[in-house]
Structures are given as structure tokens and as C-alpha cells.
Design a binder for this molecule. Sequence first.
Ligand SMILES: *Cc1c(COP(=O)(O)O)cnc(C)c1O
Length: 416
Amino acid sequence: MIPRSRCTAMDADDALQALRDQFALPAGVIYLDGNSLGARPKNALDRARQVVEAEWGDDLIRSWNKAGWFDLPARLGAKLAPLIGASADEVVVTDSTSVNLFKALAAALRQQEEMRPQENRRTIVTERANFPTDVYIAQGLASWLDRGYEIRLVDSHDELPQVIDEKTAVVMLTHVNYRTGRMHDMAGVTALAHSRGALMLWDLAHSAGAVPVDLNGADADFAVGCTYKYLNGGPGAPAFIWVPARHQAAFRQPLSGWWSHASPFTMQPRFEPIEGIRRALCGTQPITSLALVECGLDIFMQTSMEAIRAKSLALTDLFIELVETRCSRHPLELVTPREHAQRGSQVSFAHPHGYAVMQALIERGVIGDYREPHIMRFGFTPLYTSFTDVWDAVETLADILDRKQYDPDARRDAVT
Ligand SMILES: *Cc1c(COP(=O)(O)O)cnc(C)c1O
């Protein structure tokens, strides 16, 4: 078995270890849930105070100009862009992932109809195992449009080549699955969709800040994603939407609020979309929350996604190896792919008492989370997770399992 001393040596060699100090992590906690809610950058507190006290309190309405509030969605989008292989003028940080999905999917369906009006493409292909909101948004939009759109749910990645066909309007997939941590081949699936005439919409909720993403390199059509997970933007922080330069002129989304108007302060009665990525906006943003997104992004600016990926794979490899050696007597089943090319930055293990075991872990300061059915999720965030954390977390898991220190009848909280 790998000794703990080897992990402390790996930490000493780790160039990212220095960034951990920029996060406020409570003592006694090993945080393996940055895939659900990223840890707080220390300077988020000062930034929040500045926004509330100085920008709102002292400068009041003048801050829309003076503090750059009005431009914040585009300015933060430009900062986020390099993390996902986008150009600076192709991303805005705004609204929620669910709302951005609605806008992007609606725009994609419309663009498809305009490009190929004769083809009557009416299916939206996605996965049954996709995060529910993605499927619900597609179902809601399709039924609301009432134009014959159908959702085609595939059960495995292998089905995509059969299912994507000449009736497919849009393929809408989440790059890294929230439950299994399995990652799609973005360039490969995008090329497949394009070869059948379909548009490709990616959800990067578990990718942005977790794995290198190259949207333009993959020639993708649209993308959305979260900032409160791996990007450490804060609870409920606004999400992002990407529309590549080549699609911006044709891009029309149904939430045509005044922030996407060509001249919002002329107060015209007629809607006319602004040029460029701002046409993906809708209305006034939650500035206090939006401003904090920058604190997380500023930490990413100090390293590269390649360095983050290298450490992420080393952390997840180590975790898998330690669990499989240290807990081999227990009915744990690895759900996440072993192949690096198919793995995001989380590891999931199924256990018949997964919920109860996770509750016991959390009580002992090892915070992961639980997803049906039976799945314990562990997220690995290279900016603030150390190799020693991994070793200690597995030691705690082994102890809980060896001594059956969990309550199989544990009552479920509303949020698991
Ligand atoms: C986390 C997540 C979301 C969250 O959507 P919200 O609108 O922020 O609630 C959406 N899609 C996927 C794939 C996610 O992982």
C-alpha cells in the first residue's frame, strides 16, 4: 500500500500546493465536494464587502458605470473564455445554467430550422443519465413550442452513432456526467453530430475549471456551464453561455430582455438585438453574486488547465488505488472510468449503503456527497486538494467500513 509519507512528498513537489492558501477551508475538513459547491476564495469576503459597502453603499446608482457593473457579464466572460477554449468576445456570465440551456437550445432549434427548412429535423438527442434539469428544460421547451419536437434519450455513449441521424436537430450533452464522472470525447461527438447535419450543444457544468476544454478546437456550436462548482464562484453564482463568433449574427434567443437590446437606454418599444455575445443576456444581473465570480477566476489565472489536469488525474488515480487496496473487503464498485481520456475530475463508488456511509464520512469531516442510486461522489479540485487529503480521506472511509461506523437507517436530508 502507498504510505502516507509518499503523499506528503508528492505535496512537497506540487506546484499547485501554493494556491491552496488562497482558499478559506475550515480546519478539520477534507473537502471533496468542489464539484457541487466550490470552496470560498479568501478574497471573496473583501470583494463582497467592497461591492456592498463602497459600490452599493457609497456610490449607489453611479456604480453601474463607475464600478463597471453594466459590463460585468461580458468582462467576466472574457476572463473565463481561455479556460474553455473560447475567444474573449464569445462568453457572458449571466443567469443560471438551466436558463442558459433554455436560451441556447431554443436558439439552436431556430437556427437549425432556418439553415435546413426542408429537412424537418425534429429530434433533440440527449442522455437519459444527463443531469435532470437539462432533460427537463428540453422537455419543457419542446412541449411549449408544440412544433413536433421530440426528445430522444440514449442509454449509452455507444448508441450515439445510431441515434443521431437526418432527423436530429440538436445533440445536447453534458461533457462530464455528474453521477459517474464519465467524460465524452468532445471533438469526436461534435464531428459525429455535424456529419449528420445536427448542431452540438455542450453543458460544461462539470468541465469548466475541472478539465481542459477546447470549444473552438472541437468546432462546437453552443455551450453553457456553471461557475459555482469547480470555478468557485459562490453558492448560486451566475452561470455562463458561449456562442462562437461564427454563430453570433444568426443567434436569436427567446428571453429578449432589455440587456440584449441594441441600445437599452433609448427605451425603444421595439426589440432589436445587440451585435455580439451580449444578445445572450436577458435582464439585470445579481451584481453582488456576479462580482464574486471574479475571485475564483483570478486564481485560475495563476496556473493553467494543463497543470490542473495533470494533478487532477494524479489525485483521482491515487484515490482509486487507495480505496481498492485499503477497502477491498467491502462491496464498493468503481463507477468512474479508469481510462484517463474518459474521466472528469471526480470519482464515484457505489456501495449498498452509500448514503449512510457518506453521512458518516461527513460527520468525520470528509465531505463528499451522494447521488441515487447508491453512489458516493468524491470531487477532486487540484487548486485546494492535496495528496495527503486523499490519503486521510481513504483512511477515514476504511475505518468507517471496517468498523461499520454508519447507520443504514440514516434519515435523508432534503439536499443529499
Ligand atoms: C449542476 C448542474 C446544473 C445546475 O443548473 P442550475 O440551473 O444551476 O440549477 C445543470 N446541469 C448540469 C449538467 C449540472 O451538473
